[in-house]
Design a protein around this ligand. Structure first.
Ligand code: G1P
Length: 289
C-alpha cells in the first residue's frame, strides 16, 4: 500500500528552548532562512508524500499560518512589484496539503500520534519529529519508503550514538540483517545509564502501520509518566515485526541549543547563495580563535 501521509507532532511546550520559545513555537525558530518545521515539511514533500498532519496544541497557530496562503501579504507584495517574494511565499503555501488535529492533553509523544488516528485512517504512514533535521542526498523519509516497499514492515530510523548518551533516546536492540538493517528484538525508552549495550538510537523518523493506534490506546504511562511511542512500538514489533534502519545522512538535534547551532552552521554552509561567503567567514572566525 502506498504511503501518502506524514504525521508531525508539534504540540510540545519546547521547554529546552526557553526563553526563545516562550511566545513563538520552537518549530518556528529559524535555521538560515526558514523555520525548522519547513525543513521537515520539505523532506516530506521531497519524499513524495501527499498530506501532512500536524498534531498541535494551543499557541501553535503560527505553524499553521506559515503554510497557509496569506492573501493580504500576497496582495501588498504584488502591488509593490516584489515578485520574488510573492513566488517564494506562494511556494511555501503550495508545498503540500496540511491539516491539523489537536492533542487535547499533554500526555506524551505516543498520545500525540494517537490523536492523529482518524485523519490517518487504515493505512501506513510516516512520523517525523520536528527536532530532528536530517541532511541527506536522498531524503531520510525517502530512504525509508524505498525500504518499506521491500520489507512491508514498520521501520524506525536509527543512528549510532556514544553509549554515555543512550539515556537520551529510545534505544533498540536486535539482530543485524545486512548493512544498515537490524531486525528489532527489543526497544527501551531512555534506558538508565549502564542498562543496555546497544548504541542504536531512534531518531525522529518512523514508518508505521495503522495497528499502532490500537496499541497506543492500550499503552500505559511509561518513562516520565508519559504515554511513550517507543512502548507502543515494542508491542507493534512483537505483533508484526519491525526493522531499524541506519539511514544515510547527518542528523542534527535542533531541539537542543548546541545541536541547533550546529544545524545552522551546516545548513548555512551548504546554502545555494549564502554558502560560499558563509564558509569564507567561518574560516576567518576559526583563524581568529
Ligand atoms: C523522542 C522519542 C525517543 C527518540 C527521540 C529522537 O524523545 O521518545 O525515543 O529517540 O525523540 O529525537 P524526545 O527527544 O522527544 O525526548
Amino acid at each position: 500500500m502506498k504511503v501518502r501521509k506524514a504525521v508531525i507532532p508539534v504540540a510540545g511546550l519546547g521547554t529546552r528552548f526557553l526563553p526563545a520559545s516562550k511566545a513563538i513555537p520552537k518549530e518556528m525558530l529559524t535555521v538560515v532562512d526558514r523555520p525548522t518545521i519547513q525543513y521537515i515539511v520539505e523532506e516530506v514533500v521531497a519524499s513524495g508524500i501527499e498530506q501532512v498532519i500536524l498534531v498541535t496544541s494551543a499557541g501553535k497557530a503560527a505553524i499553521e499560518n506559515h503554510f497557509d496562503y496569506d492573501f493580504e501579504l500576497d496582495t501588498v507584495l504584488a502591488r509593490k512589484n516584489k515578485q520574488g517574494l510573492v513566488d517564494e511565499l506562494r511556494h511555501v503555501s503550495n508545498l503540500i496539503d496540511v491539516v491539523s488535529v489537536r492533542q487535547k492533553k499533554p500526555l506524551g509523544l505516543g498520545h500525540a500520534i494517537w490523536s492523529a488516528r482518524n485523519v490517518v485512517g487504515d493505512e501506513p504512514f510516516l512520523v517525523l519529529l520536528g527536532d530532528d533535521l536530517v541532511q541527506a542526498e536522498t531524503p531520510c523519509c525517502k530512504q525509508m519508503l524505498n525500504l518499506f516497499e521491500e520489507l512491508q514492515s514498520p521501520i524506525v530510523a536509527i543512528q549510532r550514538v556514544p553509549l554515555e548518551e543512550t539515556f537520551q533516546y529510545g534505544i533498540i536492540e536486535g539482530q543485524a540483517v545486512r548493512d544498515r538493517l537490524t531486525k528489532v528484538d527489543h526497544m527501551i525508552e531512555k534506558p538508565a545509564p549502564g542498562t543496555t549495550d546497544s548504541n542504536m538510537a531512534i531518531i525522529g523518523r518512523y514508518l508505521l502501520t495503522p495497528e499502532i493506534f490500537d496499541l497506543l490506546e492500550k499503552t500505559t504511562p511509561g518513562h516520565g509518566g508519559e504515554i511513550q511511542l517507543t512502548d507502543a512500538l515494542m508491542a507493534l514489533s512483537n505483533k508484526r515485526g519491525m526493522y531499524a534502519y541506519e539511514f544515510e545522512g547527518t542528523r542534527y538535534d535542533a531541539g537542543d541549543k548546541l545541536g541547533y547551532l550546529k544545524a545552522i552552521v551546516a545548513f548555512a554552509a551548504r546554502h545555494k547563495t549564502l554558502g560560499p561567503a558563509f564558509c569564507r567567514y567561518l574560516k576567518e572566525v576559526a583563524a581568529g580563535l
